[in-house]
Design a binder for this molecule. Structure first.
Ligand code: NAP
Length: 346
């Protein structure tokens, strides 16, 4: 008998009632396919950085404890959604079955390798076994299956980029795509956490957009990550600072900008309490893009009001049209970033 589920996956929400899969507490992760779903045999999860950092901290960096925590989250929720950060990540795997009513404009076939472009925090997932987990890498190899709803975005993995590298960059594809939209020629931009994965991609895109008359300032915590940006010439200025130390970041960015502040701030930090650094350094009528999943909407909205800043605060929607291609193209264009990411993430 044909079984058509809701395009947005509400048929898999077990609790609470009347919600969508992302905010739901628990999803039905039985792998019996509805006619408008896709079944994926999963090989690797890329756990969101804010989530992985929280899990690693809670488990004191112990790999076995981290595995147990991930298994218990997935068995409790039917999806890999960190209960503290609320965030997920994404996955790669092989298409195992496609329901006859699955919306399939890309003509994906059974056997194709794909990356999901929707969050693990809404993707029904069953883990049979964790095959490999390294505390220093947020890519976790598993045996298991997942479901993609009819509205679920995905990309067929390209032939010219290794799958784990594609997984790493597609996880953060929304960030450089937003930079491409927001940053104009001649702008002054500040990228907090610019030395991390999404940060490096944002720096590349920002340098391209601002051109020779603009400025790209990176605020980075570790000297090592800051040096990476200097070596790759991905910013005009690099500040080594703790982005949670608001007044320190504010003073140092003001010094670099003749007390004017910046036009666009991109927040790529993976720890909480960096909202006010982002807001204070941004010019009136400027824009802050909070890609970080550790961002508090309340702190940002009330904080901006509290310091009298009329600025646009953008939540980091992970999806922007064309984001996957734009991000994979950065890897194709920049040999240096490709080499760095192959060293760090593959
Ligand atoms: P990442 O590679 O771990 O980068 C985070 C960077 O922030 C690192 O360079 C880190 O430096 C730096 N950092 C940490 N604490 C800092 C501090 N106090 N001051 C200054 N810099 C600091 O993470 P990512 O994968 O690029 O992800 C970045 C953020 O985006 C995370 O919050 C992640 O959850 C979020 N995200 C959002 C979406 C979305 O759809 N909106 C999708 C994916 C990821 P160290 O390495 O030295 O600590």
């Amino acid at each position: 008998m044909s079984k058509i589920g809701c395009r947005y996956g509400t048929h898999r929400v077990l609790a609470p009632a009347n919600t969508l899969p992302q905010p739901a507490q628990r999803l039905d992760n039985s792998m019996e396919l509805y006619d408008n779903e896709m079944l994926i045999e999963v090989s690797t999860l890329n756990i969101d950085s804010a989530s992985y950092t929280q899990i690693k901290k809670a488990c004191n960096g112990d790999a076995e404890a981290m595995k147990s925590m991930i298994l218990s989250i997935v068995s409790e929720r039917g999806k890999m959604q960190n209960p503290v950060t609320g965030s997920g990540g994404m996955l790669i795997g092989t298409v195992k079955a496609i329901g006859p009513n699955f919306n399939n404009p890309t003509k994906v076939k059974v056997g194709d390798q794909i990356a999901t472009l929707v969050s693990l925090s809404l993707t029904p997932l069953r883990i049979d076994k964790i095959k490999n987990l390294q505390p220093d890498s947020d890519q976790v190899d598993i045996e298991g299956e997942a479901i993609l709803f009819e509205s679920g975005l995905f990309a067929v993995l390209p032939n010219d980029i290794p799958e784990k590298l594609a997984l790493a960059v597609l996880d953060v594809a929304g960030a450089p795509a937003q930079v491409a939209r927001l940053v104009k020629e001649g702008d002054t931009v500040c990228i907090l956490g610019g030395g991390g994965k999404s940060g490096v991609l944002c720096c590349y895109q920002a340098m391209k957009n601002v051109g020779p008359k603009g400025k790209v300032i990176v605020v980075e915590y570790s000297k090592e990550n800051a040096q990476r940006i200097i070596d790759l010439n991905l910013a005009t200025d690099v500040i080594v600072a703790d982005a949670t130390n608001v007044m320190d970041v504010y003073k140092r960015v003001m010094e670099l900008t003749d007390n004017k502040g910046v036009d666009v701030t991109i927040n790529n930090v993976n720890v909480p309490s960096t909202e006010m650094s982002s807001i204070l350094i941004t010019k009136n009528h400027g824009v802050v893009y909070f890609f970080s999943m550790a961002t508090s909407f309340t702190k940002a909205a009330l904080g901006a009001e509290g310091v009298g800043k009329d600025i646009t605060l953008i939540m980091g929607n992970g999806y922007a049209e064309g984001h996957a291609e734009l991000t994979l193209d950065i890897i194709r264009e920049s040999k240096e970033i490709r080499e760095l990411f192959e060293k760090l993430y593959v």
